[in-house]
Ligand binder design. Structure first.
Ligand code: 5RP
Length: 293
């Protein structure tokens, strides 16, 4: 396993990046360092610390089948797994949640598998768009939530990695785009009507932002609807999930309820907060060796 010192090296690296941006006024990673970072670097550092800590705790020597999620935090998961060394990774198979994670696995020279070959996965690590006090999540900002949910369900242990902006009490507080819903393309208009009637008048078909006219198409050839619901709905995400899933034409809903073992949030001050399934909240100082936490 990698030594905790790798995290320290990483911290130095982050601070070195920060010193390249002398024009900013506040450096939340280390207020004693005068040269400071743009917010984006703080967020990236937070993602990285969360990913590294989660890999160190959950991707263990005995784990051979590993699910790799989607999003901008997951490359750091792969980076940390690669740092565990060829000896450990030689006997492992990595299962992707979509095109992006497949590319990450292949480019890192890790062995690729699929969930139809490995319906039981030792551990899956994935990102999230928002996580509530009970570890319910909104996922699907990257339109991968169908495969992500299959890999979450297949996993003995499902772990979330994210930066501090995703840590909420109630879903929908910070992620305002709505609940991502993957739908059969021919059914989208009827589904929009049904979602408007159910309680999401703002539900819309997700359109491509650049280089493509029309809606985005998922890795499975489907469309995505984003359906914002008000706080009363979002306080009971499992009820909402059940109602949406019953609508004909829905393939999968980006509400993941009662699935996560733990959520790792990189914090703005360069540390990590872990929320566990049993309600415990743990603070990890990434500069201290694990034995001294
Ligand atoms: O659910 C997802 C994709 O469908 C991603 O995991 C989610 O969007 C988080 O991504 P990021 O780490 O970039 O914030």
């Amino acid at each position: 396993m990698p030594s905790p010192a790798l995290l320290n090296l990483d911290r130095e690296y982050v601070l070195a990046i920060h010193s390249a941006f002398p024009d900013f006024e506040h450096n939340p990673v280390n207020p004693n360092v005068k040269a400071v970072a743009p917010v984006l670097s703080t967020v990236e550092a937070a993602k990285r610390f969360a990913a590294f800590t989660a890999v160190d705790r959950h991707v263990l020597q005995q784990h051979k089948i590993i699910g790799i999620g989607s999003g901008s935090t997951v490359p750091y998961v792969v980076e940390r797994i690669v740092a565990q060394g060829e000896d450990l990774n030689r006997d492992r198979v990595f299962i992707p949640t979509g095109f992006q994670s497949k590319e990450l696995i292949v480019k890192a020279n890790l062995r690729l598998g699929d969930v139809d070959q490995y319906p039981t996965i030792d551990v899956t690590i994935d990102g999230a768009d928002e996580v509530d006090h009970d570890l319910n999540c909104i996922k699907g900002g990257g339109a991968c939530h169908l495969r992500e949910k299959v890999l979450a369900e297949a996993a003995e242990t499902w772990v979330i990695v994210a930066d501090y902006r995703k840590n909420s009490q109630v879903l929908g507080t910070t992620y305002k785009a709505g609940v991502p819903i993957e739908v059969a393309p021919f059914a989208y208009a009827k589904l929009l009507q049904n979602l408007h009637r159910l309680g999401s008048p703002g539900a819309v078909l997700r359109m491509a932002q650049t280089s493509k006219a029309g809606p985005i198409v998922t890795d499975n050839g489907n469309f995505v609807i984003d359906a914002p619901f008000d706080e009363e709905w979002m306080k009971e995400p499992h009820d909402l999930l059940t109602k949406i899933k019953m609508l004909t034409g829905v393939v999968e809903v980006g509400l993941f309820c009662g699935m996560a073992e733990a959520a790792y949030f990189g914090t703005a001050d360069g540390n990590v907060t872990i929320k566990w399934r049993d309600g415990r909240v743990e603070k990890v100082d990434v500069d201290k060796p694990a034995s001294k936490q």
